[in-house]
Design a protein around this ligand. Structure first.
Ligand SMILES: Nc1ncnc2c1ncn2[C@@H]1O[C@H](COP(=O)(O)OP(=O)(O)OP(=O)(O)O)[C@@H](O)[C@H]1O
Length: 287
């Protein structure tokens, strides 16, 4: 599936292992409801971090605070030491890309066109250049297409570059979303329930793809209800319950923590295939 591609990191990539994303004291209130309560979270370069918790725990709201969709009521979010702007396209430009819980592709555009759309924050050609369509425009367009094709190779979708996105099977639509997010050349990729509605084979392919993304130098923060996926994949896992961070630690620490078992897992997770619950029963199938 995956081929090696030279990652094109954003210019000021943090040194290996250093903090990339730092959320401090993030609070998000909707009127009388506090969806996120004073959450701190750091993602370092080279890490895959999981964010888990029951339905309604505030995971997606927290993601929205990280990506500029919501302005946190209190707290700050920094990327590479700089406080992020509260505009999604500026957050993308700063180096954070995301996918959504429900697929958000341009269904009537081709696979390649969907990835090209994801490149718009990285292309420098302006409106005038696009209107004139001079040599600069053509060079930039050729480079963009070449990079988009590399990303389709990387995600195993190159053979379907000319297919309409809506004609792809579900698992490939999810991969295409990841390819499109990678097209903005992020240093950090946020994935919101990337395996929701997938069969076990598609889930395994997604796991491989996320490892490959990390191996290209892109850190990953992932929300997921599939515990086998999370505990196999993540270097560190944070657990949100009722908007609060209950526990944070390695997969081994989190899966055995009595508070996590009581509030979310129901029973200790057994890591060997075939044993124990793979999901918490919280997962929504939005297929
Ligand atoms: N825009 C909004 N306005 C009002 N309340 C909201 C809004 N967005 C989320 N909420 C509420 O905030 C709480 C947290 O929701 P959120 O979707 O972040 O949870 P979650 O952990 O992502 O859940 P799930 O696992 O089901 O996706 C819920 O009570 C939800 O109803």
């Amino acid at each position: 599936m995956t081929t090696t591609i030279p990652h094109q990191p954003t210019p000021e990539q943090a040194p290996d292992g250093g903090p990339l994303l730092q959320a401090s004291g993030v609070i998000m209130r909707f009127g009388g409801l506090t969806a996120v309560r004073d959450v701190d979270l750091t993602v370092n370069t080279g890490e895959i971090v999981g964010l888990i918790g029951p339905n309604g725990a505030g995971k997606t709201t927290f993601f929205n605070c990280l990506t500029g969709l919501y302005v946190p009521t209190e707290g700050t979010v920094s990327y590479q030491g700089t406080v992020l702007p509260s505009k999604p396209h500026l957050v993308t430009k700063a180096g954070i890309a995301r996918t959504f819980q429900n697929i958000r592709l341009f269904a009537n555009m081709t696979v390649l066109e969907n990835v090209l759309v994801g490149r718009h924050t990285r292309t420098r050609e302006g409106l005038l250049s696009a209107l004139i369509r001079g040599p600069g425009y053509h060079r930039a367009e050729a480079a963009s297409r070449a990079r988009a094709m590399e990303l389709l190779e990387f995600t195993g979708l190159a053979a379907k570059a000319d297919h309409l996105a809506r004609n792809l099977p579900y698992g490939e639509q999810r991969k295409l979303e990841i390819a499109r997010a990678l097209a903005s050349e992020p240093g950090l990729l946020l994935l919101d329930e990337p395996t929701a509605g997938m069969n076990p084979q598609e889930t395994r392919a997604t796991e491989e793809l996320v490892f490959a993304v990390r191996d290209q130098g892109v850190a990953v923060l992932v929300i997921e209800h599939d515990m086998r996926f999370i505990f196999n994949l993540c270097d560190r896992v944070a657990v949100l319950v009722q908007g609060e961070k209950l526990v944070e630690g390695t997969s081994e620490v989190v899966q055995q923590d009595e508070r996590v078992v009581a509030a979310y897992l129901g029973e200790p997770f057994e890591g060997t295939p075939g044993d124990g619950p793979t999901t918490t029963g919280e997962q929504e199938n939005d297929r």
